[in-house]
Design a protein around this ligand. Sequence first.
Ligand code: DDH
Length: 287
Amino acid sequence: GSAGVTKVFTPTQEDYQKVYNEIAARLEEKDDYDDGSYGPVLVRLAWHASGTYDKETGTGGSNGATMRFAPEGGHGANAGLVSARDFLEPVKAKYPWISYSDLWILAGVCAIQEMQGPIISFRPGRADKDIAACTPDGRLPDASQGNKHLRDIFYRMGFNDQEIVALSGAHALGRCHTTRSGFEGPWTFSPTVVTNEYYKLLLSETWQWKKWNGPKQLEDKKTKSLMMLPTDMALVSDKSFKQYVDKYAKDEELFFKDFSAVVTKLFELGVPFAETTEKIIFKPTNV
Ligand code: DDH
């Protein structure tokens, strides 16, 4: 009955790879969602967990997983992300030693790699915070706005113009849902594969306003099956942004390299890693 020694489980890189493999297996197995994969919505969960970061105050970011709580989970920008969080619950139950904050980011890394994207290095060490750490609404971008808004939002996180354009290439993935954001449709014809198609289509297609009752969005004139948000079009109407759209449309390898670097930066915003924390490179299951 004396004060005993509590055994603390210290996960190894192999333990994190097990979590990765579990998520990859669930992605493979649960293919009856959207375009056949939970991958895109997992990427969006990791991005919205991270993109609340404010470099001036050091608040927000992926350390905390405060989207679990109603104030932040209920922000308009986070509509629909409950499906990504629910997808990960059985993984958390099987590996309870991992924090939600690390799990959501690890899942984003896994989804990108399993959807044939670049290798994204991962560092563990995020700790879950309580409801008081929820960020105020309005920190994530509003798709109905333009270049000034994009700079306001992403400069606040500490990104530059090149990084804004590289991050936006994530819209090669997934789709908009009228039930979530009000917008409708995918950006590319291959929404479950990481490619530079987003940039190529931005430049090659004629984009016209969609005639409908929903929020203002664009459609490709040719097939009317693809979409762009007003914020996506700002990347070609703004000269400083467009030079990078041109580069990434021409060179997928360059896009992969820059996307990997900028996603790692996004996922680590505001995370106080221990100095001894080593980068983990997960082995994809599909190569
Ligand atoms: Fe995004 N995004 N995003 N996005 N995003 C939506 C879907 C997805 C904006 C608005 C929307 C990034 C940047 C921006 C993904 C990843 C990333 C939807 C549709 C809207 C609206 C949601 C829905 O209806 O379900 C805006 C605005 C910006 C911006 O201003 C730059 C970034 C940086 C990323 C990233 O991952 C690095 C992904 C993936 C999706 C698809 C989700 C899904 O369910 O499919």
